[in-house]
Design a protein around this ligand. Structure first.
Ligand code: IDP
Ligand code: MG
Length: 147
């Protein structure tokens, strides 16, 4: 019998940004993903190229924080992951917390581990896809073989 009530299994693209990687928070982020019940489908430590970052952040081109964002994201390795599970796209964004780490609720990754460093870009530890379309697009950027 087909269960028509179950949400579709989906995949999301998660990045532990260079600040999180440098601070040794990759394990903490992955721990929270697994504790929540999502599955790690692919995992890699990547030195992002300018081209990958331009594609990844295309929607932000022209905004005041765009260049600082690309510079920050180029400042060291990131841990990239494909995660899977029902509702994992909004679910991971809920684990991550609000974009601004000062405002992010305690209990979230950004709320527990992030803060304002007085820089032109928010160094907020993680990225998570915001829709199924973004997830498909971003997975192809970071894991071309899995797209
Ligand atoms: P998200 O990562 O929560 O989806 P987006 O609005 O997609 O947030 O922004 C992408 C990234 O750009 C953020 O995670 C943050 O690092 C940075 N950013 C966003 N808005 C600002 C801002 O107003 N000032 C500085 N940096 C920002
Ligand atoms: Mg975003």
């Amino acid at each position: 019998m087909t269960d028509t009530t179950a949400a579709q299994t989906e995949r999301s693209l998660v990045l532990v940004k260079p600040d999180g990687y440098r601070r040794g928070l990759s394990g903490e982020v992955l721990r929270r993903i697994e504790a929540k019940g999502y599955t790690l489908v692919a995992l890699a430590v990547v030195e992002p190229s300018r081209g990958q970052l331009e594609e990844h952040y295309a929607e932000h081109q022209g905004k005041p924080f765009y260049e600082p964002l690309l510079e920050f994201m180029s400042s060291g390795p990131v841990t990239a992951a494909i995660i899977e599970g029902q509702g994992c796209i909004p679910g991971f964004r809920s684990l991550a917390g609000a974009t601004d780490p000062t405002a992010a609720a305690p209990g979230t990754i950004r709320g527990d581990h992030g803060r304002d460093w007085g820089l032109a870009v928010q160094q907020n530890i993680v990225h998570g896809s915001d829709s199924p379309e973004s997830a498909a697009r971003e997975i192809a950027i970071w894991f071309p073989a899995q797209g």
